[in-house]
Design a protein around this ligand. Structure first.
Ligand code: G
Ligand code: G
Ligand code: NA
Ligand code: MN
Length: 254
């Protein structure tokens, strides 16, 4: 109840922030995109993890307004990046199932992008298999319209749900993010390595981009590069950071 009440007020009192975690091309070591990850600093509860408050926001329906805030802020931060000359980067936003119960999620996203003058090609959404289960028709139709607009779709936490391979085939996705539980022991566990290799092969045959999540060491990075994984995301490259910190780093890099 405490989290629920505080969530309501949190948007109004600007207690939420977005941090961004880079996604890197493993061939060129260049940053290709950023995943937006929400952060909450509440005066009474302190810092609350999204793993804790997102489920509450979903159950109570607050996720719709919060999700709209995330989309708007991510688009306006993308605009900032473009104004600083970073025209190659894109931003990915996590979307919960309840957000598909919006009047029109695709319509809302396109409106926000137009407002901030951000092309659809610079915006991505990340969904998990659980979003699709039990809401197939509702979600599929909206995914198709998002894709038609040029927004790319990533299947997140891949490998942790059910009938994963089937979803690769039937959903209009562009990107598969391999869950970090497969990356964690990829060097010591041959089964994990075999699964990741198989996913890369399947993805290639369907022209999907593969992103490995939770990459924590140089050795994992090297291995992923050797087996042909396209992109990586994780602490070894960068922790999630505020947009200002990323802008400073990008200035130093060029
Ligand atoms: O950032 P962190 O690793 O603590 O995120 C924990 C969980 O919260 C992850 O599953 C992540 O996908 C989810 N999450 C982070 N930001 C958002 C968001 O803006 N919307 C939704 N729906 N989930 C998010
Ligand atoms: O569910 P989703 O994949 O969106 O969750 C992303 C979560 O993973 C975020 O909470 C983010 O902070 C966390 N994360 C990002 N990189 C790493 C990493 O290298 N190791 C671990 N353990 N967590 C990570
Ligand atoms: Na995600
Ligand atoms: Mn994930």
């Amino acid at each position: 109840v405490m989290i629920e009440n505080e969530l309501q007020k949190g948007i109004e009192f600007e207690e939420f922030h977005l941090h961004y975690q880079p996604q890197l091309d493993l061939k060129t070591n260049r940053m290709t995109g950023l995943e937006a990850l929400i952060r909450w600093e509440n005066p009474r509860l302190g810092r609350v993890s999204p793993a804790e408050f997102i489920p509450v926001a979903e159950e109570t329906g607050i996720i719709r307004r919060l999700g709209e805030w995330v989309i708007d802020r991510a688009a306006s931060d993308m605009r900032k990046l473009m104004e600083h000359g970073h025209h190659e980067l894109s931003v990915a936003v996590n979307i919960s199932i309840k957000q598909f119960y919006h009047d029109s999620l695709p319509g809302f996203i396109m409106e926000v992008l137009a407002k901030h003058q951000v092309p659809a090609s610079r915006f991505k959404i990340e969904i998990t298999e659980s979003v699709v289960i039990g809401h197939f028709d509702l979600v599929l139709e909206q995914l198709h319209s998002l894709k038609k607009e040029g927004i790319q779709i990533a299947l997140d936490d891949f490998g942790t749900g059910y009938s994963s391979l089937n979803y690769l085939k039937i959903l209009p996705i562009d990107i598969v993010k391999i869950d970090r539980s497969f990356i964690q022991d990829i060097l010591s566990n041959p089964e994990d390595a075999a699964i990741v290799q198989a996913v890369i092969q399947i993805a290639e045959s369907s022209s999907l981009t593969v992103i490995a999540e939770g990459v924590e060491t140089d050795e994992q990075t090297d291995f992923l590069r050797v087996i042909g994984c396209h992109q990586g995301q994780g602490y070894t490259f960068s922790r999630p950071k505020p947009i200002e910190a990323l802008l400073t780093e990008l200035e130093e890099q060029y």
